[in-house]
Ligand binder design. Structure first.
Ligand SMILES: *Cc1c(COP(=O)(O)O)cnc(C)c1O
Length: 380
């Protein structure tokens, strides 16, 4: 891929997301090393977790990734346009009724989740007189997607259901991989081994980001990281081994002096108690700075201006939030100046998720469309 140049931050944008493609590449290499001899497929669903599917997939392809995973067929078709014909693209949501022909036409591999999907895919193979690549998802306890143990039994007892289909991979998904002590991990592993043994021989896959760090017993032939590629911590009870990929910043639109008994923002939720300087920043919950991050009295939610932390005060509005810049030099906190909000010198993605009582996945995928996205550190 041609290098993605560092673009100047558009003066029209109230917020910016800085995406470090070099860190993405480093995370890819760390996961490849950790999973070896298993290989890595990259999960790039939901616009690569809000980071940008095209630059992310291009960067990972340049780093050696050949299998990419998305949730839906429309994502897969868009990704095919980015990557060209050679890449293997899997669709986790499988075959929605009536989509088999389009799936095949774009060379997409559906992750088959039930016997009806299997039948539809086989009908197409027979009609087209060609062997179609197929992935089976075996449900081992998540009860969300995948063949039930009974369905696996049916496929095992009636192998003609796979005639005309080339079983490339059997996969399953862990419910509690971010909690290494949870007994559900081993229970799912044993169930997966049992189901895999009942099916015809094929490569297998069970681990997403956290599953990779449960150890080689969970790796099989292919692992499927998403969040860890993007800098999220796959080991939430231990320090984050991944490099930071995403930094979110907002631009100051106004600075004002306030004092008691004034209040800040909607609901008059923040009473000012002493002479302070506040800066209003041009990002809000419409940009994925979740409203749950507002109105924290304990200073747990904070941005940074040049390394000086600035607590978020009052509620988060749709397009704005307010930070206390009393401790910042006046020439640093002015309209047009940038405030780090998540990542960089500000709170980490994990801190922000914890403060909002959510997970890093939701912070990333909520980033919204208004940010100027600045890609740095692309491959040569
Ligand atoms: C989203 C998803 C992944 C990637 O999960 P991360 O925790 O982001 O690594 C892997 N496999 C399946 C089935 C998924 O739905």
């Amino acid at each position: 891929m041609a290098g993605i140049q560092e673009t100047p931050i558009s003066s029209a944008a109230g917020g910016a997301v800085r995406i470090d493609l070099g860190a993405l590449g480093a995370n890819w290499r760390l996961l490849v090393e950790t999973a070896a001899p298993a290989t890595c497929a990259a999960v790039v669903k939901a616009d690569a977790y809000g980071i940008g599917m095209a630059p992310v997939a291009s960067t990972l392809a340049a780093a050696g990734c050949t299998t990419f995973i998305v949730a839906s067929l429309n994502e897969a078709v868009a990704l095919r346009g980015v990557l060209g014909a050679a890449a293997t693209i899997l669709v986790l949501n499988g075959l929605l009724p009536g989509t088999a022909k389009d799936t095949q036409a774009h060379g997409i591999v559906p992750v088959i989740n039930d016997l009806a999907q299997l039948q539809e895919w086989q009908n197409l193979a027979q009609g087209a007189d060609s062997v179609l690549p197929t992935v089976l998802h075996a449900d081992t306890g998540m009860n969300r997607l995948g063949l039930t143990p009974e369905d696996v039994g049916v496929v095992s007892n009636e192998p003609e259901r796979m005639t005309g289909l080339d079983l490339k991979l059997v996969m399953s998904h862990l419910a509690c991989a971010d909690d290494p002590d949870n007994p559900k991990n081993n229970a799912q592993l044993l169930e997966f081994l049992r189901q895999k043994a009942a099916l015809m021989p094929a490569s297998a896959s069970m681990a997403a980001s956290s599953g990779i760090f449960l150890g080689p017993g969970f790796h099989f032939e292919i692992v499927r990281p998403g969040l860890a590629l993007y800098g999220g911590n796959p080991t939430p009870n231990a320090p984050n081994p991944m490099a930071e990929v995403v930094q979110i910043k907002g631009k100051i639109v106004q600075v004002r002096d306030v004092d008691s008994p004034q209040t800040v923002g909607y609901g008059a939720a923040f009473p000012v108690t002493k002479p302070s300087i506040l800066a209003t920043v041009a990002v809000g919950y419409a940009d994925g700075i979740l409203r749950a991050l507002g109105d924290k009295k304990d200073g747990k939610v904070w941005g940074s201006i040049g390394g000086v932390s600035v607590p978020v005060v009052g509620r988060i509005s749709m397009d704005l939030l307010t930070v206390d810049v009393t401790e910042v030099a006046t020439d640093a906190a002015h309209p047009g100046a940038w405030v780090d909000l998540i990542g960089g010198d500000a709170m980490s993605l994990e801190d922000a998720a914890a403060a909002a009582a959510t997970i890093p996945y939701e912070i990333l995928t909520s980033m919204g469309a208004r940010y100027h996205r600045q890609y740095v550190g692309g491959a040569d």
